[in-house]
Design a protein around this ligand. Structure first.
Ligand code: NAD
Ligand code: DAU
Length: 335
């Protein structure tokens, strides 16, 4: 089988390529990535000489290129996106371009070249915010209610994928997952920002009152879920993927990280809140569990420790990022 992975140099895409080549060594992967600030080929060093892996530097918004690449592809797994909510608040334009137009370009190429599957990787953020102190979870039946430019652009991309499936019979599936964490997580996101700041002797910026709840999913569990959807998922279906955190808020997450790194709580710094900050996400992943037999392999504490160990062992990787262009964004965001 030959897969086109878009955004394969990013956090989840690179974990997916490493996972896939290990699990399915006879398959071929083409990785199409524009290498924005978030794309990092270092993540893929261990496979760059693998004859079954090919990297193409390019933009998913380029129809000629995408059409040409897709001509001999069986399956598209679409990760490429602008993915950081705070950046979408500073400037929505690249989100509209890549997340909406880029998805449209890929769908057109998938249709024209008759791929056997288009899998679209999406997010729980498209469903908006759940109230605190309630047991309500997002399910595959929850109505869309995106509240940030990032979430709105991802919602639009989900609608396009569904429309192509219904109108043109494009064989597609969608997954909406919660907050991923693990190796190669770009240090602008909360968990890697916290770990790396603390290792550097800096404080952790916590937005608002810190009582925001996210559902944390280990990236390898996510990759395994996509694998199952590709093997056994039904065309036209959406699957939710989440973790084993039972309503843990950002302060509780930080306290766990502080304990694991032997740091004091005085390292928490409350900063200005994110505009439109969604209060709570919680994913009901019963459908993928019942239909495809997926569940997370370990609990949050175990994965958090593995993640911290990875960031301790791979300081060169994130220090190169944190001393590069990312510094300009950091100064602007936390001014
Ligand atoms: P990321 O920001 O780490 O990586 C995105 C990758 O896409 C980068 O390699 C970047 O260079 C590439 N890219 C961006 N624009 C491109 C373009 N126009 N053409 C080609 N490549 C382009 O993102 P991530 O965290 O790995 O997220 C991957 C996908 O998963 C996204 O679609 C995101 O919406 C979704 N998702 C992420 C999370 C999460 O917690 N990180 C959770 C749910 C869903
Ligand atoms: O829910 C899935 C989404 O998870 C994905 O679709 C997005 O691509 C991904 O970036 C992530 O979005 P979040 O906005 O939830 O993740 P982030 O790591 O930016 O923030 C997690 C929580 O931590 C959120 O409540 C905001 C808070 N936060 C974040 C940062 C960067 C802080 O308190 N301080 C910070 O400095």
């Amino acid at each position: 089988m030959k897969l086109l992975v878009t955004g394969g140099a990013g956090f989840i895409g690179s974990n997916f390529i490493l996972y896939w080549l290990k699990k399915h060594p006879n398959d071929k992967i083409v990785n199409l990535d524009k290498l924005t600030y978030a794309g990092n080929l270092e993540n893929l060093k261990s496979v760059e000489k693998n004859p079954n892996y090919e990297f193409i530097h390019g933009d998913i918004c380029n129809p000629q290129l995408v059409n040409q690449i897709t001509s001999n592809i069986d399956v598209i797994v679409h990760f490429a996106a602008e993915s950081h909510v705070d950046r979408s608040i500073l400037d929505a334009a690249p989100f509209i371009k890549t997340n909406i137009e880029g998805t449209y370009v890929l769908l057109e190429a998938a249709l024209k070249n008759k791929v056997s599957r288009f899998h679209h990787v999406s997010t729980d953020e498209v469903f908006g915010a759940l109230p605190l102190n309630s047991k309500v979870k997002f399910t595959e039946k929850t109505a869309y209610n995106p509240r940030s430019p990032y979430a709105a652009s991802k919602a639009a991309s989900d609608h396009l994928v569904r429309a192509y499936q219904i109108t043109y019979n494009l064989p597609s599936t969608i997954s909406n997952c919660s907050n991923n964490f693990g190796p190669f997580h770009f240090p602008e996101k909360f968990i890697p920002l916290a770990i790396t700041n603390l290792i550097e002797g800096k404080k952790v910026p916590v937005y608002g009152d810190g009582l925001y709840v996210r559902d944390w999913l280990y990236v390898e569990d996510h990759c395994r879920a996509i694998d199952l959807i590709l093997q056994k998922g039904n065309i036209g279906e959406t699957y939710f993927i989440g973790g084993l955190t039972d309503d843990i808020n950002n302060i509780e997450v930080i306290k766990k990280i502080l304990r694991l790194l032997n740091k004091e709580e005085s390292n928490i710094e409350y900063v200005k809140d994110r505009p439109g900050h969604d209060r709570r996400y919680s994913i009901d992943w019963n459908k993928i569990n019942k239909e495809l037999g997926w569940k997370p392999e370990h609990d949050f504490d175990e994965y958090l420790k593995m993640t911290i160990d990875w960031f301790i062992k791979n300081q060169d990787w994130w220090k190169r990022i944190k001393t590069g262009k990312y510094l300009d964004y950091y100064k602007k965001q936390y001014a």
